[in-house]
Design a protein around this ligand. Structure first.
Ligand SMILES: [Zn+2]
Length: 378
């Protein structure tokens, strides 16, 4: 005996909900019989047919005779059922059509029809690459100190990569042995010739050309050098560089900032140590060492020698120094008069720090894209 809408005698909330629940149950039960166009059409007429469809019956036997006080509640119920019915009819149509299409497809391929109750395909979730993770950690330490992130082009001119950073014309870093130049540039003046930047420092000049002092920027990026790949060299690697310029910036500011940053990166117990060095764009210059975060500065791991720090207990992490006044001369017109402002700069190799941090002994592993290697860091 097919379902027909019963008359309502009890308008309590409980009875109304139960009666509506019975309608929905019938709706879902009958939709299971829809397998083709003919059965879908019968289903559609039975539930939405204007003449005696169940939607019409609900209107005639529930809504119209409902007593005044119950009318708003029965009206809301009717509206809800009507939209559920329309949705069920539409969905039943999509379902039988999809099953038909997929069934044809499967039969053509000699497969079984789709079983929509089977679990779906699980998508594996990726993990952050160890180099990118280290990159973000370093950037975040300086962002918390109020530095903003600056970026610039990987293909640079000789001017930004060398000249404006106080590299004299005969400096060995300009040598084609170290720098990857873009071919066919011989007819251009030297300062306009294009190359793959060998460091992120050109962004210091580019930023100072655009922004007046004071500035505090951190510059992450990809750099290239003409180094054959081996366990510790890659022709492509990553640097993070920083620059702070203001009035009265001293070497004490540099030491305090970097000491704080190293503690934030490697743990509050690390000690820092500056050794004099040379870079064309800073004067004075220094290399920053931290106590080895592998052996804690002892130079030993148990009874074995600590390899990452070569048993010295110290690891070199970056180069730094006070910005050379000659560099400011190139951007003097934008407020960087070397007599009025001073600043410090620092730069570090992200890949090298990631190698140390994760105890990886071959930089090539970072760039080969071998999932078995990368999965270890997920
Ligand atoms: Zn060590």
């Amino acid at each position: 005996m097919a379902y027909t809408v019963p008359k309502l005698t009890d308008y309590s909330e409980e009875s109304l909900v139960a009666a509506a629940g019975e309608v929905v149950k019938q709706l879902n039960d009958e939709s299971k019989a829809v397998t083709d166009e003919a059965s879908w059409d019968a289903y559609r007429v039975r539930w939405t047919g204007r003449k005696n469809g169940i939607t019409t019956q609900l209107n005639e036997t529930w809504l119209k005779p409902a007593p005044g006080a119950s009318k708003p509640r029965v009206g809301a119920l009717y509206a809800d059922l009507r939209s559920q019915i329309q949705r069920a009819v539409d969905e039943a149509k999509d379902r039988y059509r999809n099953v038909a299409i997929l069934g044809d497809h499967a039969r053509a391929k000699g497969l079984y029809p789709l079983d929509i109750s089977l679990p779906g395909v699980r998508r594996t979730i990726g993990a952050e690459h160890p180099v990118m993770k280290t990159w973000r950690e370093i950037v975040s330490v300086f962002q918390k100190l109020g530095y903003s992130v600056a970026e610039g082009p990987v293909v640079e001119t000789d001017y930004y990569n060398f000249e404006a950073l106080n590299f004299p014309p005969n400096h060995p870093a300009r040598d084609t042995q170290d720098t990857l130049f873009i071919a066919g540039q011989q007819s251009k003046p030297q300062r306009e010739r294009l190359l793959l930047r060998t460091h992120t420092s050109p962004v210091q000049i580019r930023t100072m050309e655009k922004m007046r002092p004071p500035i505090r920027i951190v510059i992450p990026g990809t750099v290239h050098r003409n180094d054959p790949p081996d366990a510790s060299h890659s022709p492509m690697f990553h640097q993070i560089e920083g620059l702070a310029v203001d009035t009265n910036i001293t070497f004490g500011d540099l030491k305090g900032t970097l000491d704080h940053a190293m503690k934030a990166l490697f743990g509050s117990s690390v000690k820092t140590h500056f050794r004099p060095s040379f870079f064309p764009f800073t004067e004075p210059s220094a290399e920053l060492y931290v106590t080895c975060f592998i052996c804690g500065g002892s130079g030993k791991r148990g009874t074995d020698p600590c390899r990452p720090c070569k048993q010295t207990g110290w690891i070199e992490v970056l180069g730094c120094g006070m910005v050379d006044p000659n560099v400011f001369e190139f951007v003097k017109d934008n407020g960087y008069d070397p007599k009025k402002v001073s600043g410090f700069a620092f730069g570090m190799g992200v890949d090298r720090l990631a190698l140390l941090k994760y105890g990886v002994d071959d930089i090539q592993l970072f760039f080969q894209g071998d999932v078995r290697f990368l999965q270890q860091f997920s």
